[in-house]
Design a binder for this molecule. Structure first.
Ligand code: PMP
Length: 448
């Protein structure tokens, strides 16, 4: 197959090989080369590739209908997926609005919050505070919440400039506080921002419970989560959890929020929710928010493909797979194993400064010096170089360099939740080969 330059705008002048097929945690290109999908694509393929039960459910739905516009028909698939999603969500989060991706889920959450505030006579509330760095999507509304300069700055004049607070810099922060107090310190920044903006102008606060593309699996101190919930309640501000990456079992719970016993007011889901079988996402909220909006005439929002039966049949089969195969518990157990193995790498590679994560969303970070925690020079482009070397060795991973002083180069390892311990060892074997090659190429060397 030859390249078709009219297809997309290739980000790289060196396009990737053509994908042939997927099977469990593996992908194969057209030359027959096998890759371990060590990052589930972009933390998407949570139940692995070509799951026969999901494919059968999709085929059965396809044989009946693939589309019926939501204003013309209800479909059994979307009703069943909404019911199943509500069952799996914590607390009172039981109203589900389907979308086709993460940015749409975030935008829908924000517009839902705004319409709810209007029903409460709070027209003055419109600001959504988010964190820096963060990633919430690339459509203009979601981008305005995203704290990632390289993507956002060119579009500044076209956005409102939503207020931001720093994301907890648990690793690089040089204060002398305990973990507990550091969590409270960062939560306090929300309170200060709300006061500075004027509490009656603030609609919501949005956060990724565990950083993804933004900070590389950075987890805040436990004290942060509960205090943020309290501050939102104190000012009547809606708490939106962007669980696009962390949701659907990735961190070892259905929602990452459950690790801290938090019930957000609105949750955005995507990625693992459709698990790569279909473009699918959802915005989930409790009846207490949704009913007043319906009473006032309905949600002024919606996408043509939302809730289509084919996507919903796949989504339902994915959630059933998570449940019947015990994949969320497996993610918790295998996450422990993976973190342990990654920590083991620190002995051999002095340039790995931190290992972190929750469940199967794990990462390590490169440093020039563990004592000073100074990052590697930008020019080394360490994170993307290691991704390339691992790719050549047959391991797919995901990396970024965070700007904003919260973290440096990070390297994410987030395999499908179906992974076994033996397969984690396969990942580690390739990772060690790749790190050895990286250490000698860069002259960084190994510790042994
Ligand atoms: N929120 C988070 C936390 C994400 O990680 C992403 C995607 N990386 C998005 C939103 C946007 O999702 P999408 O690319 O499907 O629009």
């Amino acid at each position: 197959m030859t390249d078709a330059p009219s297809n997309l705008f290739y980000q790289s002048r060196n396009p990737r090989p053509f994908l042939d097929r997927g099977e469990g945690i593996y992908l194969f290109d057209q030359s027959g080369k096998r890759y371990i999908d060590g990052s589930s694509g972009a933390m998407v393929s949570n139940i692995g590739h070509s799951n026969p039960r999901v494919l059968a459910a999709m085929k059965a739905q396809m044989d009946r209908s693939t589309f019926g516009y939501r204003l013309h028909f209800r479909t059994e698939a979307s009703e069943a997926l909404a019911t199943k999603t509500a069952q799996m969500m914590p607390g009172d989060l039981d109203r589900v609005f389907f979308v086709s991706g993460g940015s749409e889920a975030v935008e829908s959450a924000v517009k839902l919050a705004r319409q709810y505030a209007i029903t409460q006579g709070q027209q003055s509330r419109w600001k959504v505070i988010s964190r820096f760095p963060s990633y919430h999507g690339c459509t203009l509304g979601a981008l305005d919440l995203t704290g990632y300069d390289p993507l956002a700055r060119p579009f500044d004049p076209m956005m409102r400039g939503m207020p931001k607070i720093p994301a907890p810099a648990t690793y690089l922060d040089r204060d002398n506080l305990t973990e507990h107090d550091r969590g409270l310190k960062y939560a306090e920044m929300l309170r200060e921002k709300i006061l500075a903006e004027g509490p009656d102008t603030v609609l919501a606060f949005i956060m990724e419970p565990v950083g993804g593309a933004s900070t590389g699996a950075l987890v805040a101190p436990d004290s942060y989560y509960g205090r943020i919930r309290e501050i939102c309640d104190e000012f009547g501000i809606l708490l939106i959890y962007d669980e696009v990456m962390t949701g659907a079992g990735r961190t070892g719970r259905f929602l990452a929020a459950e690790h801290w016993g938090i019930v957000p007011d609105i949750v955005a889901l995507s990625k693992g929710f459709g698990a790569g079988y279909v473009p699918l996402g959802a915005t989930v909220a409790p009846a207490r928010l949704v009913e007043p909006i319906l009473d006032a005439g309905g949600f002024l929002h919606g996408f043509t493909y939302a809730g289509n039966p084919l996507a919903c049949s796949a989504g339902l089969a994915v959630l059933e797979e998570l449940e019947t195969q015990g994949l969320i518990d497996n993610a918790a157990a295998m996450g422990e194993v993976l973190i342990g193995r990654l920590q083991g790498l620190m002995e051999r590679y002095p340039f790995i400064g931190d290992v972190r994560g929750k469940g199967l969303l794990t990462a390590f970070e490169f440093v020039a010096d563990r004592d000073t925690m100074e990052p590697l020079p930008v020019g080394l482009n360490a994170h993307s170089r290691l991704v390339e070397i691992a790719y050549e060795h047959g391991l797919i991973t995901y990396s970024r360099r965070t700007r904003g002083g919260v973290a440096g180069d990070h390297f994410l390892v987030a395999p499908p939740l179906i992974i076994s311990e033996a397969q984690i060892d396969e990942i580690m074997e390739i990772l060690v080969e790749s790190l050895d090659a990286f250490a000698s190429e860069t002259g960084l060397g190994t510790g042994t």
